[in-house]
Design a protein around this ligand. Structure first.
Ligand code: PRX
Length: 649
């Protein structure tokens, strides 16, 4: 199936870092021919080493790999200190609050704030290199200071998205054995205060590893203070020195953990280490967004997700760019908010999720035309496949058919982009992630043979060589790391990294991601494990069995559809009330992002005789598709028609 092709804007390409496909091919060929030379050269060029590395890549214990062994550096110094000579008065962060309040933080100010924060963590809380610190924060500058302060003293941060419930927060605190939680009283959403501190209070019980809680006072609402545990950031920070020497870190010292969903009920603590992560964060910022010295770049993600880590904080700051941070809701006060912000801040690169584009399109189709968006050069999308109508609107109405759309494919585990157009080089096909970035050996393989798939044939999206910003492990569970990522596909007899996604090549070798092959649902660009949602639903006293599947959703991409078998044979008197009660449990156990869009109380689930739930059948029923597979081998084939009738009815 050929698609329309959009060539890069010629004026933009002339000035881009990678200007055409010849340059792209030359880079990728260099990586293929001399993999270690390619990465070693960039690591020397892009990073400021306290001590140089002695070895580029050590694969002797693969899939546990080491990059840039022997090298010493500090990631916060990469992001701040090294820019002070040339950029001390340049805006590092431009913050816009929910209520329109604005704050500009220069690189010198960032240096001072991060050093004060680092001194606070060290002096008042005794945080040391290797300690885990959980950050449960709204989108305010202090969240970025907290991340960089941890990096400065070698503490490992684990950010938990502010939409997660106290139970989800508790699990993550305990898994990482965090001794400190950094939070805020709350923040503002749609001009009203909302709270975070009470969620933290509920997540910490007597057996918690948490010793201290630091509270940034943002909305100044009343909160409970636990004597000897809770401290006000605003008070403690006052007398801290603006100088804090950066801890000397090894290349492979951990930088952060970020929990993400997998195919079991327990989220995985994805570990990223220092040198390789920050190198690729910076290189992809430069190549994929092509941010120039005077540009202003805005990524609308939340710092609680990997996109916020790599493309709001670490990537932009590592390259010395100006990054915008936004506390509010993009559709408030109306769906013109982001376009007003583009106009007000003269934003040059805008990066968001397809879900946001669909919502902005639906709620404000004509809004972009009301603002001056002429500063825009590159538009990005991330997190899920973008559908052609959303792509078209984004390209034509937001980008005036002048901007490249970079459909960036990657995941928490990859640390940064892996497949994406380059805005000055790659001819773009709508809704297609296009080609692997230089240095990334990404291939679609047939899991049975390990061979590359043919054109239009769906296979497994794999990365067949280690890369610097790859996941280094699942916190506390070496086996799970190997099994989750290196257990499914072998190439030439060697286990290779499998992303969990299906994909196919087109006739030009372009890659289109077709979606997850495992039991992970992509809700609004966020990964949600069906097992996690099922575990939450099972907490309801009247639930006997449950199976959760994804179903296409107009705005969210995928919605959550739950088939629930109740314990009481007679069913329930008030189904709506029961569904509400189940969603309340989901909110308590996980958070609002995991609530079910659809639920049916089924008489049973379609299972094989060995008891395996046939989710494929449930997915087809949820989509309203005809069941084409053989159901005669099911334990009770009649259950399928019964469920179908209930869903249709
Ligand atoms: O299924 C892919 C989808 O999002 C998953 C990664 O989710 P997460 O780790 O939460 O990170 C999201 C932000 C990087 C992938 O396995 N995904 C991500 N980007 C795309 C995508 N699917 C299609 N196209 C994309 N551009």
């Amino acid at each position: 199936m050929s698609k329309q092709i959009f060539q890069p804007n010629a004026a933009f390409a002339a000035d881009a870092r990678i200007k055409n496909m010849d340059e792209y091919n030359a880079l990728q060929n260099k990586a293929i021919e001399d993999y270690e030379g390619f990465w070693g050269d960039y690591a020397k060029e892009k990073l400021d080493w306290i001590e140089p590395f002695t070895n580029v890549l050590d694969e002797s214990e693969a899939p546990f790999v080491k990059w840039f062994d022997g090298g010493k550096l500090n990631v916060s110094a990469q992001c701040i200190d090294r820019h002070l000579d040339a950029r001390k008065n340049k805006a590092a962060i431009i913050f816009e609050g929910d209520r329109g309040d604005k704050q500009v933080i220069t690189y010198l100010e960032l240096y001072h704030e991060v050093n004060k924060f680092a001194n606070l963590l060290k002096e008042d809380f005794g945080v040391q290199k290797g300690d885990r610190v959980v950050i449960y924060m709204p989108m305010i500058p202090e969240a970025a200071y907290a991340m960089l302060a941890c990096a400065r003293i070698g503490a490992i941060h684990s950010i938990v998205f502010g939409g997660f419930s106290s139970e989800a927060l508790k699990d993550r605190i305990e898994d990482a054995a965090a001794k400190v939680v950094i939070t805020a009283d709350g923040a503002f959403r749609k001009e009203k205060p909302y709270m975070l501190k009470p969620v933290v209070d509920a997540a910490i019980d007597a057996s918690s590893p948490v010793e201290k809680v630091l509270v940034v006072e943002r909305n100044n609402e009343e909160v409970t203070w636990v004597e000897g545990r809770d401290y006000s950031y605003n008070e403690l920070i006052k007398d801290k020195s603006t100088e804090c020497e950066a801890e000397i870190m090894e290349s492979e010292d951990p930088l952060f953990l970020l929990y993400t969903s997998g195919s079991t009920g327990k989220p995985k603590g994805v570990q990223h280490n220092s040198a390789g992560y920050i190198l690729w964060a910076q290189m992809t910022m430069e190549w994929v967004f092509d941010v120039k010295e005077n540009d202003t770049y805005w990524c609308t993600a939340d710092i609680g997700w990997i996109t916020g880590h790599t493309y709001i904080v670490y990537g932009p700051l590592a390259m010395g760019a100006t990054t915008v941070m936004f506390e509010g809701v993009i559709t408030y006060p109306d769906a013109g908010r982001p376009w007003k912000m583009v106009q007000d801040h003269r934003i040059n690169q805008f990066y968001t999720a397809p879900t946001a584009i669909r919502v902005l399109h639906k709620m404000g189709e004509d809004e972009p035309a009301k603002y001056d968006l002429s500063s825009l050069k590159v538009l990005g999308t991330v997190g899920e496949p973008i559908d052609p109508p959303a792509w078209k609107w984004y390209y034509e109405e937001v980008g005036s058919s002048q901007c490249a759309i970079v459909d960036t494919y990657w995941q928490t585990e990859t640390g940064g982009h892996i497949v994406s157009p380059l805005p000055g080089a790659t001819p773009i096909k709508p809704a297609c992630a296009t080609l692997p970035l230089p240095g990334i050996i990404a291939e679609i393989l047939d899991p049975a043979t390990g061979e590359k798939t043919e054109v239009d044939e769906t296979g497994y999206m794999c990365i067949t060589r280690p890369w610097p910003s790859q996941i280094r492990g699942v916190w506390g569970d070496k086996e799970r790391y190997v099994k989750s990522y290196y257990g499914d596909v072998q190439k030439d007899g060697k286990a290779v990294y499998f992303t969990g996604d299906g994909a196919r090549y087109d006739e030009d070798g372009y890659i289109t991601i077709t979606g997850r092959t495992d039991d992970v649902i992509n809700v609004s660009g966020h990964r949600m494990g069906t097992a996690e949602v099922e575990a939450a639903i099972k907490k309801h006293a009247n639930v006997a069995e449950v199976a959760v599947v994804g179903k296409p959703h107009e705005l969210k991409g995928e919605g959550i559809f739950a088939y629930i078998v109740l314990k009481s044979d007679e069913g329930v008197a008030d189904e709506v009330a029961e569904m509400r009660a189940i969603n309340t449990i989901i909110k308590q156990e996980i958070g609002n992002i995991a609530v079910c869009d659809d639920m049916v109380f089924a008489p049973g689930l379609p299972k094989t005789r060995s008891g395996k739930i046939m989710r494929r059948i449930l997915r087809a029923i949820a989509k309203g598709e005809a069941i084409t597979q053989d159901i005669s081998t099911l334990e009770d084939p009649s259950i399928v028609a019964k469920i179908e009738a209930m869903v249709k009815g």
